[in-house]
Ligand binder design. Structure first.
Ligand code: GLA
Length: 380
């Protein structure tokens, strides 16, 4: 939606004009999966699929409407607490709560019209984008002066304590700290970022399996506790601090499933660091091998892939122009990410769409994306 269209949709819904606009992108992760809650490394990029908001302050209560999902439950932004609002309004309400907790100031009530072109259920972090788009809005309205890194941390707190999903920091950092043309190598312990330009001749392609993510929360939490158990047995603060040798030396002291989970995380951290070097050197063979190894490790050791993700990745690996491909995000459905030579994109798209349709019986969707800047007040 353009800003003019959003303004009109706001006027149709609420009457009158919005006074402020904000925007927050979704993300894809190139490599470094299920490492962020182990203090490890991730390599996401904010993508040109975003959530937009038009808003104005009102006496109250707050009313949020989404072009895609409809009206959210009304809430009092000044006094909201966890457990008081469900559905998608939990994201804006949760941000009002977390910002009040942090600043000691109640957030003003708003009317807000939300529009998104981020595919939902595809694992591109529409929830983090929703947190950030409201985070920057209230930050601006109340002149709180928080920077985007701080808003990302608060977004994660909102998701953990208000929405009730125990995620790591990757998605919020990607949506908040994205940079045009670049992916970000993020150390999730120090929150230090090194931006890395995506080579001009490559496209980041989202290969959506159209299999909605299922059972993610319980399986995600189970993986988290298995990682904590491994760290305990290894005597390290987090799996980020463990080496493959250490892990091998304690192999017999841990259940096999815990060993395999830890092996994924420890080797994935190595792959992310190697990927960073390979990208700097435009070593496309190495990039391809690392992405494939990441997918296989997520499939076999971490067990968060599914048939559709495997079929999509396999189709991409064989396709013309493919540099590398793997599942991206939490898993159990959603999308694969592929790095594809720009001039071969049409051939890649035709091959993958056809092959995936034939092997899975599902019509997938391919989307070429571009890295963009992170969440901000939208001045047009
Ligand atoms: C989800 C979580 C992230 C991260 C990924 C897996 O997207 O929100 O914090 O753990 O899964 O890499």
């Amino acid at each position: 939606m353009t800003q003019a269209e959003l303004r009109e949709a706001f006027a149709n819904r609420f009457g009158g004009q919005p006074t402020i606009f904000s925007i927050a992108p979704g993300r894809v992760n190139l490599i470094g999966e299920h490492t962020d809650y182990n203090d490890g490394f991730v390599f996401p990029a904010a993508i040109d699929r975003c959530i937009h908001v038009a808003a104005r302050m009102v006496e109250g209560p707050s009313q949020v409407t989404s072009a895609q999902i409809g009206d959210g439950s009304p809430f009092d932004a000044r006094a909201i607490n966890p457990g008081e609002v469900g559905g998608w309004a939990a994201y804006p309400a949760g941000m009002a709560w977390v910002l009040r907790e942090e600043s000691g100031k109640p957030m003003p009530n708003i009317e807000a019209y939300v529009s998104s072109n981020l595919p939902m259920g595809s694992g591109v972090s529409s929830s983090a984008a929703m947190e950030l788009v409201f985070g920057v809005l209230w930050n601006h309205l109340e002149s709180l002066g928080y920077d985007n890194k701080k808003l990302a941390i608060l977004g994660q707190k909102c998701e953990n304590l208000f929405v009730g999903v125990n995620c790591g920091i990757m998605d919020q950092m990607a949506s908040a700290m994205g940079e045009e043309g670049s992916a970000m190598f993020l150390d999730t312990r120090s929150l230090e970022i090194a931006y890395a330009q995506v080579p001009q001749d490559l496209l980041i392609v989202l290969c959506d399996t159209k299999k909605p993510r299922a059972l993610t929360d319980s399986a995600y939490n189970e993986r988290r506790s298995q990682c904590e158990e491994a760290a305990r047995i290894l005597g390290v603060k987090a799996l980020r601090d463990a080496t493959v040798d250490q892990l091998e030396s304690k192999r017999t002291e841990m259940p096999d499933v815990v060993y395999r989970r830890a092996r994924h995380v420890v080797t994935e951290d190595q792959r992310s660091q190697a990927f960073r070097v390979a990208l700097q050197n435009s070593d496309y063979d190495q990039i391809g091998e690392l992405m494939r190894a990441s997918h296989e490790s997520l499939r076999d050791d971490y067990e968060v892939s599914c048939r559709e993700l495997d079929l999509m990745a396999e189709a991409a690996w064989q396709a013309p122009g493919c540099v590398g491909a793997r599942m991206t995000g939490a898993g159990f459905g959603g999308a694969c990410v592929a790095l594809v030579r720009k001039e071969k994109f049409a051939e890649f798209e035709a091959y993958v769409t056809k092959t995936y349709r034939e092997t899975s019986g599902i019509e997938g969707a391919l989307l070429a994306t571009r890295p963009v800047d992170g969440a901000r007040i939208w001045t047009e």
